[in-house]
Design a protein around this ligand. Structure first.
Ligand SMILES: Nc1ncnc2c1ncn2[C@@H]1O[C@H](COP(=O)(O)OP(=O)(O)O)[C@@H](O)[C@H]1O
Ligand SMILES: [Mg+2]
Length: 267
């Protein structure tokens, strides 16, 4: 990583490419200060501002701006953290979110879990915002596959996909990883790999409590997930066996957290 510090920003980057990208974004922001305003969901004006510097604006919640660009080295994502609440603003100053997520990513990889390679992070001086660059995840998300049905369903071996996801969940949980915000859209799979994105809420615990395991698993239990009941039960059975738990101790909690998480879902 290249350590970088200038009047405008400081951070670490894998190559000069991304330092230039930050400069470009900052230049664009000087002409169009709206670029820094957090917005929720779609926004045509903001979309066109980012388009001018080659970025596609991805709809998100208020606290982040997510962008995508395709360059010579492939596609990457940029995430801008806005630090909206006063507590977040203080925290951002002491320890930028982008740095925090970067360090989480590194620790995650050291456990043997996969996540798209971070390409750089920086803190924007004077704005009290930070941003992180990451490679695009490979493959499709479980949300694309199972809910949006982007991949033809006949092409998917449900059992194999579940097996792969189960193995990664076991590795994560045995290593004390609490995801905090796990759902089908944050898990990407290829034929052989499982990658997790959006690690902002990850916490490393010595040992997970069953309620924490249940919360993580509930995120995967989307109400529209078109899997046979038998397969879901098999997943839970294998999971609890491997974790040395009684299925009953965790099943009700998963149901409760699923209900809570997807209460607003109307199908
Ligand atoms: N590295 C990446 N690879 C592929 N898709 C990504 C990547 N980063 C973000 N995305 C897409 O952008 C969306 C929003 O990014 P995310 O990190 O989840 O931000 P938020 O904090 O707003 O939830 C993701 O759900 C995903 O669709
Ligand atoms: Mg997210």
């Amino acid at each position: 990583m290249i350590l970088y510090s200038s009047e405008r920003f400081k951070g670490e980057f894998v190559s000069e490419t991304y330092i230039k990208e930050v400069e470009q974004i900052l230049d664009a922001g000087e002409k169009e200060p709206e670029l820094w305003i957090p917005v929720r969901g779609e926004n045509d004006r903001l979309k066109s501002i980012f388009q001018k510097v080659g970025y596609e604006l991805i709809p998100t919640v208020m606290s982040t701006t997510v962008l995508r660009k395709v360059g010579a080295e492939g596609a990457w994502y940029v995430k801008i953290y806005h630090a909206l609440k006063w507590k977040d603003r203080i925290r951002e100053r002491l320890r930028p979110r982008a740095l925090r997520t970067y360090l989480i990513t590194r620790r995650f990889q050291s456990i043997g879990l996969q996540t798209p390679e971070p390409l750089g992070w920086c803190y924007i001086k004077g704005k009290n915002k930070s941003l992180i660059f990451t490679k695009q995840a490979r493959g499709d998300s479980l949300y694309d596959i199972f809910i949006r049905k982007k991949t033809p369903f006949e092409k998917i071996n449900q059992r194999e996909v579940l097996e792969m996801v189960l193995n990664e969940m076991l590795l994560a949980h045995k290593s004390g990883v609490y995801f905090g915000d796990l759902h089908l859209g944050h898990i990407y799979i290829t034929e052989r790999d499982v990658e997790f994105i959006d690690l902002d809420s990850v916490k490393f615990r010595g040992r997970l409590r069953p309620s924490e395991m249940a919360r993580n698993l509930a995120g995967l239990n989307h109400p529209a997930l078109p899997l046979e009941k038998e397969l879901k039960s098999l997943f839970l059975k294998r999971y609890t066996e491997e974790m040395g738990l009684e299925p009953e101790t965790i099943k009700d909690q998963i149901m409760m957290f699923t209900e809570k998480r997807y209460r607003a879902w109307k199908g």
